[in-house]
Design a protein around this ligand. Structure first.
Ligand code: TMP
Length: 214
């Protein structure tokens, strides 16, 4: 049913915000509308990107410098764009991505303290004019997110950070949302999943309607 270039949808949020369950829900909703979906994630999404993900999230390089961390994120991203995101969009599929460059601003910028202008240089270099068409920011208090994430699995290299780190990440995400209200939609991720999904469904249906009109 959808003609031409696909849409690029990203989902962001701190750990424990419920990205995975909500991405499953979004994928089902889009596919039920006859839209073909490429579901992917960052860091990762390609064979090389998944190797880089292991370096970034594992514990073998705990003392990695923040610049290395940022550059590895963008290295994985360059590969992801070239091999998955651009070809997907060009084929008319909608690309549904678990995190993208807002996460670099939030984690490496807000969390680690890298100047956002440096991140902007990489964004322009690696992405050209590619930006998400719509971003859902699942927002909840840091303590709640960390409690949910802690129950799930062993903490990765990021999940071992202190609460103050995640407060900076969350604040940076909210700042991005305030600066780009037409793209970034804040979803309160505190309620029970079905209640969160009522909000997501409404937003996504409106987006589908606007995107497939004309
Ligand atoms: P997750 O996708 O399973 O939540 O884990 C990915 C981790 O990587 C998460 O802690 C956020 C972090 N991350 C960054 O720090 N910068 C980035 O640009 C991206 C895409 C992820």
């Amino acid at each position: 049913m959808v003609q031409g270039r696909g849409k690029f949808i990203t989902v962001e949020g701190i750990e424990g915000a419920g990205k995975s369950s909500n991405l499953d829900f979004m994928q089902q909703l889009l596919e039920a509308q006859g839209i073909s979906v490429v579901r992917t994630r960052e860091p990762g999404g390609t064979a090389l990107g998944e190797e880089i993900r292991k370096l970034l999230l594992g514990h073998r390089h705990t003392g990695m410098s923040r610049d290395t961390e940022l550059l590895l994120m963008f290295g994985a991203r360059a590969e992801h764009i070239a091999r998955v995101i651009e070809p997907g969009l060009a084929s008319g599929a909608w690309v549904l991505c678990d995190r993208f460059t807002d996460a670099s601003y939030a984690y490496q910028g807000g969390g680690r303290g890298i100047d956002r202008e440096r991140i902007r240089v990489l964004e322009t270099w690696v992405q050209g004019s590619l930006r998400p068409d719509i971003t859902l920011l699942l927002d909840l208090p840091v303590a709640d997110g960390l409690m949910r994430a802690g129950k799930r699995s062993e903490p990765d290299r990021f999940e071992r950070e202190k609460e103050s780190f995640f407060n900076r990440v969350r604040n940076c995400y909210l700042e991005i949302a305030r600066a780009s209200p037409e793209r970034v939609h804040v979803i309160d991720a505190t309620p029970r999943l079905p209640d969160v999904q009522v909000h997501i469904e409404q937003l996504l249906r409106e987006f589908i309607q606007v995107s497939t009109r004309a």
